[in-house]
Design a protein around this ligand. Structure first.
Ligand code: SF4
Length: 322
């Protein structure tokens, strides 16, 4: 298989990658270097040397009645995590100011729980309005299975995107979460599409999925036409059901990102939570095929120090200043 030729055809719009080719990327051996070069070619063609920075705020933490097996915030898990209600407007705005100063193009606000209640929704809507009127920042909200009415309200307030990950392949979903289904996740994405609100939707790999299932998930995502695609790598947190689940290795993570670049040549592709721990020394290679990262901490886990990521971006001559 000539992946460089395929990359050229993808760039000139005459071909798309198919599932069999994707599986071959995940199962590549010595030929991974040629495939990596082709993925980097696609990145360069569509994204040049641009890297989007996203800064994430956990605006409401813990006591979630959903039972996602990877999540420290689920009441079903015994993880030691911070618990607090929705943060006051002034605190969230201060975090947005810092994100703006640190060159973030997107400020992401996440809340734990199935979905916000009416009071929380109003609070978030007011914050979105304030940030959009005062700062040059895009806002992405991650609020669970939001309803069509909630989406319409947030759209009126000026939200740019709503995050809703598919998380893990349909075939693996009930092994990880039983309180809602894969179809529920897809339903929320359908609501977003119906309302004309851009989605940010990706997954967490390392949850016990097979390569074939991961390919199915990636193509399901492609059908949702997300604006941005975060790829998370499971951080097994002590006290969660998946605390022992270390199934990834650096090259496997890189191959997943390579496959995703072929499937999403011109979509914002983000290496998200867990990138530092899983990609380890080959993380700079990943930066050459993705075009988006989170800077700083994740929801319940620490990320790399911001200065370390900025240094890496500078070393690779990647342009992160908006
Ligand atoms: S991932 Fe979200 S919905 Fe699932 S347990 Fe954690 S906070 Fe709740």
């Amino acid at each position: 298989m000539n992946y460089l030729k395929l990359a050229e055809e993808i760039c000139n719009g005459t071909k798309q990658i198919d599932k069999k080719q994707c599986l071959a990327i995940l199962e590549s051996e010595a030929d991974w270097i040629e495939i990596f070069s082709a993925a980097a070619y696609i990145r360069q063609y569509f994204k040049q040397n641009r890297m989007h920075l996203n800064i994430l705020l956990n605006a409401k933490s813990g006591i979630c009645r959903e039972d996602c097996g990877y999540c420290a915030q689920s009441s079903s898990n015994q993880a030691d995590t911070e618990i607090y209600g929705l943060l006051p407007e002034a605190v969230i705005f201060k975090k947005a100011l810092i994100a703006n100063k640190n060159h973030a193009s997107t400020f992401c606000i996440a809340t734990s729980g199935t979905r916000p209640n009416q009071k929380e929704l109003k609070h978030l809507g007011n914050i979105v309005k304030k940030i959009k009127s005062q700062l040059k920042l895009e806002i992405c909200l991650s609020l669970g299975t939001v309803t069509p009415a909630q989406i319409a309200y947030l759209k009126d307030c000026g939200v740019d995107r709503i995050n809703h990950n598919l998380n893990t392949p349909e075939a693996n979903y009930q092994r990880i979460t039983t309180t809602h289904s894969y179809q529920d996740r897809k339903q929320t994405l359908a609501y977003l599409k119906n309302q004309g609100v851009n989605s940010c939707s990706g997954f967490i790999c390392g949850l016990g999925e097979t390569n074939q299932e991961l390919v199915e998930l990636a193509f399901d995502l492609k059908n949702q036409q997300p604006f941005s695609v975060p790829v998370n790598f499971l951080i097994p947190i002590k006290g969660t059901k998946l605390e022992e689940q270390w199934t990834l290795n650096p090259l496997k993570c890189l191959k997943i990102l390579m496959m995703m670049r072929f499937i999403f040549p011109n979509t914002e592709l983000r290496a998200s939570a867990g990138r530092e721990r899983h990609l380890k020394a080959i993380q700079p290679l990943a930066f050459l095929i993705i075009d988006s990262i989170f800077l700083g901490n994740y929801l319940t886990a620490e990320g790399a120090p911001e200065s370390q990521d900025i240094e890496l971006l500078k070393m690779l001559a990647l342009d992160y200043v908006k």
